[in-house]
Design a protein around this ligand. Sequence first.
Ligand code: ARG
Ligand code: ZN
Length: 505
Amino acid sequence: MSIRSKATTAVASAAAMTLFAGTALAASPGAPGAGDSYFPKYGNGGYDVSHYDIRLNYNPTGDQLSGTTTILAKATQDLTQFNLDFLLKVKSVRVNNAPASFVSDGGELVLTPKGGVRKGQDLTIVVSYADTPSAVKDSNGITPWTKTPDGALAIGEPEIASWWYPSNDHPTDKATFDVNVAVPNGVEAISNGVFLGQTRQINGWTRWHWRSTKPQATYLTFLTIGQFEIRQSTTPSGQPSVNAYSERLGENADAAKASIERTAEITEFLEQNVGPYPFEAQGGVATPNLGYALENQTRSVYDTAFFRRGANTYVVAHEVGHQWFGDSVSVHGWRDIWLNEGFASYMEFLWSEHIGEGTAQENADYTYDLYPADSPFWQILPGDPGPANVFDGAVYDRGALAVHALRVAVGDEKFFEILKTWTAEKKFSNATVEEFIAVAERVSGQQLDQLFQTWLFTKGKPAEAPGRAGEVAASLAAGPAVTKAAEPKSRAKIQLTHELLDAHK
Ligand code: ARG
Ligand code: ZN
């Protein structure tokens, strides 16, 4: 803690003593973290955000970002001070209209509102700031904000918010959003949800307005700025769709369009398998410079590399699958990442079967055979991969095998009932792996702890590929000439997809 923040705390406690004189429990500072076991400093305690109004100006020349974010929140305890997660230079802070003192301390913006805050009190927090995000590093020296030749990408998991807006940066505190960004005329600014239009400003700039009306996690809120071709349409289901293609996609442009333009079709297919699509809009963005893809709510962003060998609808099935698994039903803690990646990867298997490029079983067999028993792959536990391995290939591939193991154990009818029950009961909220296991057991009427213990929580290669037919297994055991399942047509694209998504690539 810096000298200045110590001084602020002392002043704050004195003020709080006046306000809270006579109350049994003294007010205290809000916790600097939300209690995530992998990332203890992510998020904060003491309040609950309901809405972010992000109003910014961005000049691609020099990567200059400035503006104001207004946060609507409610205090969940008596507070002397509380934190926002934020790394940019702050100019001023007001809480309920009164200037509040603030200290920026290693990614924590510590606010001390005059007189403290009462439990249950509504808060309006206004933070004004200006900085060059690409020059800002967190305590690990990392900068997820990407400056591009024509703009910027504010995209990242598990973290990006701190490089462009102050927040309670943990998936357990979801909120609605207005993202309102002014850029020089001729530049595009794309974000989540519904596009509410552009306004020409007097100074040769244009303001773009995007709105998310369903609860949205901070890391799934994105901003992409640059030269884009934008395609607006209405899906057959009546939803607004916005797709955007960087003008720098080069020879991959058509393959990207032939994939992302099928978003509504893929959404329709997944709805039949996992339940109604939870959000108010659809879309996808293709860009160079990202290196992976991210399931930003209603509008995933894909690096152009996914399309370098032609159309790739598997990555679209994966990211659209995340809209249910990750975006609507979000992790309770980052340890629960299998609930996102295992299921989004399994959506690729379902899509492969649907388009006749290999059944889910064939994909599972092939994946199981791909990694020899002594591969380090089998040492990562999808159910508890550790903070350094949240996006390890095993969370995807072994994670999908775990989902398939459940399917063959309970049968198709119960399996899809489990998925639909899960997405309905946990819609717009957060969940743990243990809660999934409980729902699977309840819906199937079967005891499944051994199965999940084997596939999610035990190091080493499980003895059998889930659901592999007995005779095939026997012939495989017979000799090395036939020890590997044939490669499904979909595998090359699925493999490319997982290689790019894997953060260890
Ligand atoms: N959740 C993203 C996806 O599976 C992957 C993010 C991985 N991050 C990375 N730096 N590769 O679609
Ligand atoms: Zn994923």
